[in-house]
Design a protein around this ligand. Structure first.
Ligand code: MN3
Length: 209
């Protein structure tokens, strides 16, 4: 099995003016594709690893031969994170249902959540991601990871993610990470976030992650 670039499911300009067409196109067809190409290259001599689901590959990273472990960590991580991220983007949805209830319960109210998520994103040094995760003890938490690391490595299940690599925003926002984070809050697909939360609760109760 060769890993392949997933379809975006919407047009490259669908998130304008918040995330611009050019950024989306390069991000998807060049950056995401590059992780996939490098992952396929790293796995090419390992038929069994080639058949592994991308999530399993990340969760069981310590069983990947040392020789290719860093390449797999970075590029399987890049593939997994971006595949997850694309689904989280859509204009004109609103936080609702179980996830909103849980956000309010955990962070007091939605504005507090947004503020904390923004603050974490601004204090992350260099390239990485901000996450809303479900912890093994069934709590929502905001975390950050460097590079292309994924919270699954720490048994935390991703619910929401923001790509904070400069390639995700530099063409439009230059050094203004704050403006990019603000823009992101206009294109979060809350239907997907709610689904991710429901799925995470299911995985947690089955210990299936
Ligand atoms: Mn990216």
């Amino acid at each position: 099995m060769k890993h392949k670039l997933p379809k975006l499911g919407y047009a490259y300009n669908a998130l304008e003016p918040f995330i611009d067409e050019k950024t989306m196109k390069i991000h998807h067809t060049k950056h995401h594709q590059a992780y996939i190409d490098k992952l396929n290259t790293a796995l090419s001599a390992y038929p069994k690893l080639k058949e592994k689901q991308i999530e399993r590959l990340i969760i069981t990273l310590n069983r990947v031969p040392k020789k290719i472990r860093t390449a797999v960590k970075n590029n399987a991580g890049g593939h997994l994170n971006h595949s997850f991220f694309w689904l989280l983007l859509k204009k004109n949805t609103k936080p609702k249902a179980r996830i909103l209830k849980e956000i309010n319960k955990t962070f007091g109210n939605f504005d507090n959540f947004k503020q904390k998520f923004t603050q974490s994103s601004l204090t992350l040094f260099g390239s990485g991601w901000t996450w809303l995760i479900l912890s093994p003890n069934n709590k929502l938490k905001i975390t950050t990871t460097p590079n292309q690391d994924n919270p699954l490595t720490n048994s935390e299940i991703p619910i929401l993610a923001l790509d904070l690599w400069e390639h995700a925003y530099y063409l439009k926002y230059k050094n203004k990470r704050t403006d990019y984070i603000d823009a992101f809050f206009n294109v979060i697909n809350w239907n997907q976030v709610n689904k991710n939360y429901q799925d995470a609760l299911g995985k947690l109760s089955n210990q299936n992650f």
